[in-house]
Design a protein around this ligand. Structure first.
Ligand SMILES: NC(=O)C1=CN([C@@H]2O[C@H](COP(=O)(O)OP(=O)(O)OC[C@H]3O[C@@H](n4cnc5c(N)ncnc54)[C@H](OP(=O)(O)O)[C@@H]3O)[C@@H](O)[C@H]2O)C=CC1
Ligand SMILES: N[C@@H](CC=O)C(=O)O
Ligand code: NA
Length: 446
């Protein structure tokens, strides 16, 4: 696809001899990590010598900071930073939708390149932001926005870009992977583990974005747009979080040979690539699958393409240092560009698609399911379940009745592949059966 016309080009600044000036918005977990990394230059890439931390925008001037910056560098006037003609690159590390979106757009309008770690703003306003950037002739780079320190955005844009991608799936939220791992290995309670993830700086300012799968939804939307070469309407991405995952399900899954992971999945559903599914949900992953062994705050993204086959990118998905590594690599890319005497944009750095991909509704997904039922301990319940499933074309891979919860028998089934809409119809009918008390969990199986 051709690059949109560049009307005003910032790439041809010529080889600058002066330092490249950064305006950093935000000095929290990632901002602090980035400033620390940029200040600690010894043994790192020599281009770091060419960077000046010129302004840093924060909300509070009185908050204690873990980095030393002279008082004239720190300001609460973020608008002044993005409007300052001396600033070459705006590094947005504040998070949230507004004022981040407006500040990014103002920076672009003023001809500044942008680096951001903000997947929420990119997944929702990417169309507006990249259109503005292409028109102004500046880059918006976002390596830190997905997979924290793992290089995944640039590999999809560059090293893997000639492949025909058929699937991108991964563990893209460190907080939930940390929680699920500790629930699995220690039998810990959800709330205690979440508090630890917050203390360690992994969680978002509002951790519901992590726990409810929205952060992973933002990230898989971004990866899908890169891998499948079309914009993704964020509202079309089906998102489920991990609140409904219980210790009981983790234990049953283990007995059946699975671990539960929150996966972001973007994949073509047909050989002819006519339908694209983009979704996030807790998933039973076979213990032998490469994603099953990714634990703690680590993320991993499995990319399947032709001719390359499978590539897995693995590393720390959150935290100050890891994320600062990704932010700083984008900054260095831009510094190198600003120092190079070229009038042409690099199409492997810029965003190149403008149309929206059509996303298939979740009801059309064909997948295996795990479901746990609580039933009255009556004869023939399993038979009635099997008959009802059969009526909707759901065939069962395994049925286990292991335990009791009080008076109620616990039945766990794993299905063969089934169309989700048909499975849900069967569940609705089963839920209405007199012998069924409840269906505490329904999870998809990879
Ligand atoms: N934490 C992580 O591991 C990762 C985070 N990210 C992304 O990086 C971004 C930053 O995250 P993180 O560092 O954790 O967030 P924090 O909440 O730790 O830091 C946010 C910073 O932005 C400043 N800020 C926020 N809103 C405003 C505002 N309206 N005006 C002025 N300053 C403001 C805060 O100022 P003050 O300090 O004065 O309160 C703070 O310094 C987010 O987009 C996040 O999704 C991406 C990958 C990993
Ligand atoms: N809250 C996010 C931080 C990185 O994007 C996570 O837990 O992965
Ligand atoms: Na990354």
């Amino acid at each position: 696809m051709a690059l949109p016309t560049i009307v005003l080009c910032k790439f041809n600044v010529g080889a600058k001899s002066v330092a490249v000036k950064l305006g950093i918005l935000g000095l929290g977990t990632v901002g602090t990590g980035t400033v620390q990394l940029l200040q600690d230059k010894v043994g790192r890439h020599p281009l770091l010598q060419e960077i000046e931390i010129y302004r840093v925008g924060v909300r509070s001037l009185t908050k204690p900071r873990a980095v030393e910056l002279s008082p004239e560098v720190i300001t609460t006037d973020l608008e002044a930073i993005v409007n300052d003609p001396a600033v070459d690159i705006v590094v947005e590390l504040m998070g949230g939708l507004e004022p981040a979106r407006t500040l990014i757009l103002t920076a672009i309008k003023n001809g500044k390149h942008v680096v951001t770690a903000n997947k929420a703003v990119i997944s929702r306003f990417g169309a507006e932001i990249f259109t503005a950037a292409n028109q102004t002739g500046v880059y918006v780079l976002l390596e830190a926005a997905v997979g924290g320190g793992i290089p995944v955005i640039q590999p999809l844009k560059q090293s893997l870009s000639v492949n025909r991608i058929s699937a991108i799936m991964g563990i893209v939220n460190g907080t939930t992977n940390y929680i699920l791992t500790r629930m699995q290995t220690e039998g810990s309670e959800f709330d205690d583990v979440l508090a630890d993830a917050q203390k360690l700086g992994y969680a978002e300012a509002d951790p519901t974005a992590d726990v409810d799968g929205l952060d992973a939804g933002d990230k898989i939307a971004i990866l899908a747009s890169l891998g499948f070469d079309g914009r993704i309407n964020r509202e079309d991405v089906h998102c489920e979080g991990i609140r409904q995952v219980t210790k009981t399900d983790i234990a049953y899954s283990a007995k059946l040979g699975f671990v539960i992971k929150l996966l972001g999945i973007a994949q073509h559903l047909d050989q002819d690539n006519s339908r694209l599914s983009v979704r996030v949900h807790p998933t039973l992953v076979p213990q032998t699958h490469p994603l099953a062994s990714i634990n703690g705050v680590y993320n991993a993204i499995l990319v399947e393409g032709e001719p390359i086959g499978q590539v897995m990118l693995f590393g720390p998905g959150a935290g100050a240092g890891a994320t600062a590594s990704a932010v700083s690599s984008d900054i260095l890319n831009l510094v190198a560009t600003l120092k190079t005497n070229t009038a042409k944009p690099n199409s492997l750095l810029a965003c190149r698609h403008q149309h929206y991909s059509q996303i298939t509704p979740i009801s059309e997904l064909v997948t295996r399911f795990y479901a746990r039922f609580l039933s009255k301990d009556q004869a023939g319940v399993i038979g009635r379940l099997g008959t009802c499933f059969g009526n909707y074309g759901v065939s069962l891979e395994s049925v286990v009745q292991t335990g009791f919860q009080g008076e109620l028998a616990e039945i766990v089934v794993v299905t063969h592949n089934v169309r989700e809409g048909d499975f849900r119809k069967a569940l609705a009918e089963i839920q209405a059966m007199e012998s069924i008390d409840s269906i505490p969990s329904v999870l998809r199986v990879l």
